[in-house]
Design a binder for this molecule. Structure first.
Ligand code: GLA
Length: 385
C-alpha cells in the first residue's frame, strides 16, 4: 500500500511524500444506537481503513485526491479563504474538517498535497466517513503542530458531520477511530466519556464480517429520525425523573411510566435503547471473562432488538444473520447504523465452515448482489506510519 501510495502521489503532485498516515474503519461489537442516548458502546478499530500520503506546498492550498472518488480528480481548498461546506458530499467532509481546525486552532502558513487510498469498502457501514474526518484532522494537527487532545479530535469530527453534513451521528465512530487499540475492544460510556479497553484477541474464535453490498447513505436514511425520537423521549422523561440522558432512565421506571407516552412506536424504540445499553454493560464483563458463547447470545438479542424494536435492519442483513447462525455461528448481528452495511458473526474456530459458498450463492439468488467476506481484527486507531 505504501509503495502504491508513493507512486500515485508522485504522479498526481510530482512530489515525494514526507509522511504516511493511516485511519481505520470500525465495527461495533455491541451497543447499537445508544451513543446519542448517553449509553454504552463497544466498538473495535479495524486493520482496514484509509491511507494518506502528504507533502508540503509553498502556497496555502490544501490539494487532495482520493482513489475512492477518482472521477472527481484533485480538489483544492485555499486556506486563506476557506468557507464551511454547503454541499453534502465527500468534499464537504474534508472541507468541513479543515475549516473547523483552521477556525479553532490553526495558523497554517503553507499548503499540503494529500493522496488517499483505501482498502475499506465505501458505504458498507464500516465508518469510512468518520475515518476520513479523523484522518484529515490528524494530518492537519500533525503537520501544523496543533495541540489538540484526542478526545477533541473525535468531537471535532462529530461536529463536522452533525453541522455540515446534517447527520446527527453520535461520538462512537470518531472516538474509536482515534482511540482504537490493537487486540482490544473499547468500552465507552458516551455520557461521561469514560472508557476502558477490553482484551479482544481471540485464539479459538473468529469474527467474520459480511458486507451486504447494499449501499446506503446515512444522510438519506431514517437515522436522524431515530435520534429525534430519542431526544423527544428524553425531554418527556426528564419531567418525570432526574435524568440527563435517556440511558439514565432505569428500566423499572420506564416500565412503570411508558404507558403515559401513549405512542407504541416510541415505546418500542426506547425499549431497544435501554435494553441494548444494559446488554452492552453485561457484555463487557462477559467479554472480559472470554465467555464467547454468552457474548454470542447477546449479539443475537441485539440483532433481534434492532430488527423488531428499532427497525433499522433490512432483509439482506437478516438473511446473513440467519444463515450464519444456521452455519454454526455463536452469534451474529448487524453492526453500525443498519439499513444495509455490514453483518458480523462470531464463530468458534472448530465450527467455522470450510467455505461460505452456500451463503454467498444463496445471498446472490435472493438479492442479486455479491457478499464480501472479511475477518475482523482489533487494531490501533489513527496514526502516522
Ligand atoms: C452510526 C453513527 C454512530 C452510531 C451508530 C449506531 O455509525 O455514526 O454514531 O449511532 O450508527 O450505533
Amino acid at each position: 500500500m505504501k509503495r502504491k501510495l508513493e507512486a500515485l502521489h508522485k504522479t498526481l503532485f510530482n512530489d515525494k511524500p514526507t509522511d504516511i498516515y493511516f485511519s481505520p474503519g470500525r465495527i461495533n461489537l455491541i451497543g447499537e444506537h445508544t451513543d446519542y442516548a448517553g449509553g454504552h458502546v463497544m466498538p473495535i478499530a479495524l486493520s482496514i481503513g484509509l491511507y494518506a500520503s502528504v507533502s508540503k506546498r509553498s502556497d496555502k492550498t490544501i490539494a487532495f485526491y482520493s482513489d475512492d472518488f477518482s472521477e472527481e480528480g484533485i480538489h483544492s481548498l485555499d486556506l486563506d479563504t476557506i468557507e464551511p461546506p454547503t454541499e453534502k458530499n465527500y468534499l464537504a467532509y474534508v472541507q468541513g474538517m479543515v475549516y473547523k481546525l483552521k477556525r479553532e486552532k490553526c495558523t497554517c502558513d503553507h499548503g499540503l498535497n494529500i493522496t488517499i487510498l483505501s482498502d475499506l469498502p465505501k458505504a458498507s457501514g464500516l465508518s469510512s466517513s468518520a475515518a476520513l474526518l479523523v484522518l484529515i484532522g490528524y494530518i492537519i494537527t500533525d503537520q501544523f503542530a496543533i495541540e489538540l487532545s484526542s478526545a477533541k479530535l473525535a468531537r471535532f469530527a462529530r461536529f463536522v458531520e452533525n453541522n455540515y453534513l446534517n447527520l446527527r451521528s453520535g461520538i462512537m465512530d470518531p472516538f474509536v477511530i482515534v482511540h482504537g487499540k490493537k487486540d482490544h475492544a473499547l468500552f465507552l460510556n458516551t455520557q461521561t466519556m469514560e472508557y476502558q479497553y477490553i482484551p479482544f484477541k481471540m485464539k479459538d474464535h473468529t469474527l467474520v464480517m459480511m458486507n451486504t453490498n447494499k449501499p446506503r447513505s446515512l444522510i438519506d436514511s431514517d437515522y436522524n429520525s431515530r435520534v429525534e425520537t430519542v431526544e423527544q423521549a428524553t425531554r418527556f422523561f426528564e419531567d418525570l425523573r432526574p435524568i440527563k440522558s435517556l440511558c439514565d432512565l432505569e428500566i423499572p421506571d420506564f416500565n412503570q411510566l411508558k404507558a403515559r407516552l401513549n405512542d407504541n412506536t416510541a415505546i418500542q424504540r426506547i425499549e431497544h435503547v435501554l435494553f441494548e445499553n444494559d446488554r452492552t454493560i453485561q457484555a463487557k464483563d462477559v467479554l472480559n471473562d472470554q465467555d464467547y458463547e454468552m457474548f454470542g447470545d447477546f449479539m443475537v438479542q441485539s440483532h433481534e432488538s434492532l430488527r423488531y424494536l428499532y427497525e433499522v435492519s433490512c432483509a439482506e442483513l437478516d438473511y446473513l444473520v440467519t444463515e450464519n447462525l444456521k452455519h454454526g455461528a455463536l452469534g451474529a448481528r448487524m453492526t453500525g447504523a443498519g439499513f444495509g452495511g455490514t453483518m458480523i458473526a462470531l464463530y468458534k474456530n472448530t465450527d467455522l465452515p470450510d467455505s461460505f459458498d452456500a451463503i454467498i450463492d444463496g445471498y446472490y439468488k435472493a438479492f442479486k448482489k455479491d457478499v464480501e467476506i472479511y475477518t475482523a481484527t482489533a487494531s490501533d486507531g489513527v496514526k502516522k506510519l
